[in-house]
Design a protein. Sequence first.
Length: 296
Amino acid sequence: MTLVTPTRQVPAAPKPPLGRRLARRAPWWIAVLLLAAVAVLWIYPFIWMVSASLKSSMEVFTAGLRIIPQAFAWDNYSRAWNDAGFSRYMVNTVIVTVATVAIVVVRCALCGYVLGRYRFPGSRVIIGILVATLFVPTGYTIIPVVKLSMELNLLNSLTGMVLALSGAANVSAILIYAGYFRQLPKELEEAAVVDGAGFFRVFFTIMLPLSMPVTATVALLTFLSTWNAFFLPLVFSFSSPQLRTLSVGMQAFVGENATDWSGMAAAGVVSILPIVVLFLFLQRFFVEGIAGAVKS
């Protein structure tokens, strides 16, 4: 007698959602067109600003959305660079930005290294206090900053502006460094200590060079925020116009009766061009630094 075993019916796999099925069947060029359209919409304001910087003040309003100017007014850049004093503002901005980036990188790297590699009583409390400062607006701290700068005779100086800009909490940078340093193997420090290296030697010769992707990320973020800072540079250069930065210098094109829009557009192109060039060079390190911090 032969026993027949019943066959088990294997349940059919569930169908993927309709949106996913349509995405699989859609030609690749549709995605390319959609991404290209989004990219054009994203960069159109910058393209329009470049176009407006090459137009006359009257053509800025009469041209509408037309990009190509009727006649290229290159004198707008000359007027912004020489007459409006943007050559001096550029030097001030570079000095303030470079000094602020250097101070913030060293300070945040040291703080992130200690919080990421060491466990000591109160470390979690310190991290909690740092995170809590994210909810404090910058405007609430301007009064003590100005008061302290006046007491130190640093109010109308680039040094006071640098210290004010670099004295913020920079919690994001500290947490990025802490997350990156936490994932590094402890054998690196142990081998260096055995060779007689101290705390600062281990940090500056081993840990800081290993964190170059994170350093590039923090430097880029700090560069962007400092380069575009307006409130603190305005306060520190209120009575000293020669100390203005690029963002504050934009006010030179706003008069009591009229505004030089074409000159302002030219000044905007001059101000934003270094940021675009810097990001093109550091974008790979920026992505690696963010990915490494998130992974940890």
